[in-house]
Ligand binder design. Structure first.
Ligand SMILES: [Fe+2]
Ligand SMILES: [Fe+2]
Length: 598
């Protein structure tokens, strides 16, 4: 797709003149050969020293002083800074060429970046949009045309929706002294302010393919695409992938590999669910550079192809509130309920076809006298629980009910022995039981985990609800599949099916063994923190399907069919979008849902 923008030509020409002038002087100086002195002559008065003064600055030092972040987008200027640091360490011709390339790629400060479409209201008619500009750029709108693969010219008569600009706090850019600090020379304490632009389209036509772009005249983004839900939506597919933990080039590249593979494998996907941990640095060090790379590099293939369904993870939590600035999702929970998370728009629901989705955050709440780690958390039991029941009663007739959250009620790897899961089970299992949640899509544990369906009263697997599994139990098996099971059909009439689709990135955890679970989860509670013992006997038996570490970026395609939810999980094999099928499962429901008591 072509990027369209109008460069600040006067400024650029002026800087290019000085840049070329200095570079030319250096070249001239380098080409001079020492003059051979004349033969000795009788002593005369000493001649004046006429040695020409040549610039001593290097080419990259000149570039550093000429091209400042005040004039260019933060992402393109950071790329230049990285090239400057590379030249300073090694002034090879390759690095000099990279420096010149980064100069030519500098984007004027007016250009938009970090663009994303998200559901906000009815997916038949509504779509939310969000993007960033540098601080001070407050103009902005989203333009939309009902054309599947529009060109720039197609936007001549586009529908326009104005954006509301919000100046962010000064967001910590590089976070801790991680890779980017060394690579760019941008200090760990540097903060940038931005303008977060949010726009909402509300009168779209159901079942229509649209193209969109953001910005303002002369400064438009690349073109994105989405399709509104059909008036009577039948079968469709969506993607789920999680925990990119953007940090350094390895993480950036592996997440991009997964995003590319997902879009190529499931081009028909209507949206992409992301259950949290976008970035690595959390808390006050939450790094905007990591968010920027997630948008601009890793997930760009997804973000220009379909809407995102974001969910905040514990690594995304921060007083910086980077998360809230980046997404335009429904914020009615924070308006209507008393105990609420610090972030706006992280608890929201939508119906798509025959599925009611509940997107929520269990952990982004720690203020005042309440804690999400309270055994009787007011936030979870009273407010999130009430919200679940309200959504269910408002949409009682969908065939499937799917929750999406970062933290787990059940899991079997590094985070399974944290203090959170028992508390979440204590507070949320009664809610899941009342609302008859069919599928819980989870993140956080970075391992491929198929759990249940789980009896919500006895915390045991409902084995007669499972059929069609391949293989057999191979307890103590290898890390790629501890149970030996693949495939399977899981009926959720009487309990929830829990799923973690490993990680789309590079941060991998490994499955715990049956022996370890028996030792640490049930029989020896002294190994657990506080008194938050698990109260789950035979925990390993809950793992009723494939359970292991795929050792590659992983995504899952879920197809909503008349008779099932079909899961197909893939690993991304290369940077060309090739994949390997990891596992196929079906979730079925054979009796109609009830509705919870209020
Ligand atoms: Fe994570
Ligand atoms: Fe996490």
């Amino acid at each position: 797709m072509k990027k369209s923008y109008t460069f600040n030509r006067a400024l650029a020409a002026k800087k290019k003149f000085y840049y070329l002038l200095f570079a030319g002087c250096m070249l001239f100086a380098a080409c001079q050969t020492p003059e051979v002195p004349d033969p000795p002559t009788p002593p005369d008065p000493q001649p004046q020293d006429t040695t020409e003064i040549v610039p001593t600055k290097t080419e990259w030092e000149i570039a550093d002083s000429l091209y400042t972040v005040a004039d260019y987008t933060v992402p393109s200027h950071t790329a230049l800074k990285m090239a400057i640091v590379a030249c300073a360490a090694d002034s090879s011709q390759a690095n000099i060429e990279l420096l010149r390339q980064r100069i030519s790629e500098l984007q004027p400060k007016e250009e938009p970046y970090n663009m994303v479409a998200t559901f906000n209201g009815d997916p038949k008619t509504n779509m939310g949009f969000c993007w960033f500009t540098n601080d001070g750029i407050t103009d902005g709108e989203v333009q939309i045309v009902p054309i599947e693969d529009a060109t720039e010219a197609d936007f001549a008569n586009a529908a326009s929706y104005p954006a509301t600009p919000t100046q962010t706090k000064g967001l910590r850019y590089t976070g801790k002294a991680r890779w980017i600090v060394n690579a760019s020379g941008i200090g760990a304490g540097v903060r940038y302010k931005y303008i977060s632009h949010k726009a909402l389209a509300t009168d779209l036509t159901p079942g229509t393919a649209y193209s969109w772009r953001v910005g303002y005249e002369g400064h438009w983004s690349e073109i994105g695409h989405f399709r509104t839900e059909d008036a009577s939506q039948g079968e469709y597919s969506f993607i789920v992938m999680s925990d990119s933990h953007i940090e350094n080039p390895t993480y950036i590249n592996e997440a991009r590999r997964c995003a590319l593979a997902a879009v190529k494998t499931v081009p028909e996907a209507r949206f992409c669910c992301f259950p949290g941990d976008f970035v690595e640095d959390g808390d006050a060090n939450n790094s905007e550079w990591e968010w920027e790379r997630w948008f601009e590099e890793s997930f760009k293939p997804v973000l220009t192809a379909m809407p995102l369904v974001p969910t905040d993870g514990n690594h995304d939590d921060s007083p910086n509130i980077n998360y809230t600035y980046h997404f335009n999702t429904d914020n009615s929970f924070n308006v209507n309920y008393t105990d609420k998370p610090q972030f706006e728009g992280i608890i929201y629901s939508f119906v798509y076809g025959d599925v009611l989705f509940y997107v929520f955050s269990m952990q982004d709440f720690w203020r005042e006298t309440h804690s999400y780690l309270d055994w009787s958390s007011v936030y979870l039991k009273d407010h999130v629980g009430a919200w679940f029941r309200d959504q269910t009663n408002a949409h009682p007739d969908t065939k499937y009910r799917v929750s999406l959250a970062h933290f787990n009620l059940f899991s079997g790897s590094d985070h399974s022995t944290d203090k959170e899961p028992p508390v979440f089970r204590h507070n949320m299992l009664p809610v899941f039981k009342d609302c008859e949640i069919d599928v819980a899509l989870q993140g956080h544990d970075h391992t491929y985990e198929v759990i249940g369906p789980v009896d919500p009263d006895n915390l045991t697997p409902i084995l007669d609800a499972i059929s069609d599994r391949e293989g057999g139990p191979e307890y103590g098996g290898n890390n790629k599949n501890m149970t030996g099971y693949k495939g399977g059909t899981y009926c959720t009439n009487d309990g929830t099916f829990y799923f973690i689709g490993a990680t789309c990135g590079h941060k991998r955890y490994y499955p715990h063994t049956r022996d370890r679970m028996e030792r640490e989860y049930t029989n020896d509670t002294t190994l657990l923190q506080d008194d938050h013992h698990h109260n789950v006997m035979n925990y390993f038996d809950l793992f009723t399907g494939m359970f292991g570490q795929p050792e590659a970026p992983t995504f899952t395609k879920i197809t909503v069919k008349d008779d099932c939810l079909e899961f197909n999980s893939y690993t991304a094999d290369d940077d060309q979008g090739n994949v390997s099928l990891l596992n196929t499962m079906r979730v079925v429901r054979t009796k109609a849902h009830g509705v919870p008591a209020n």
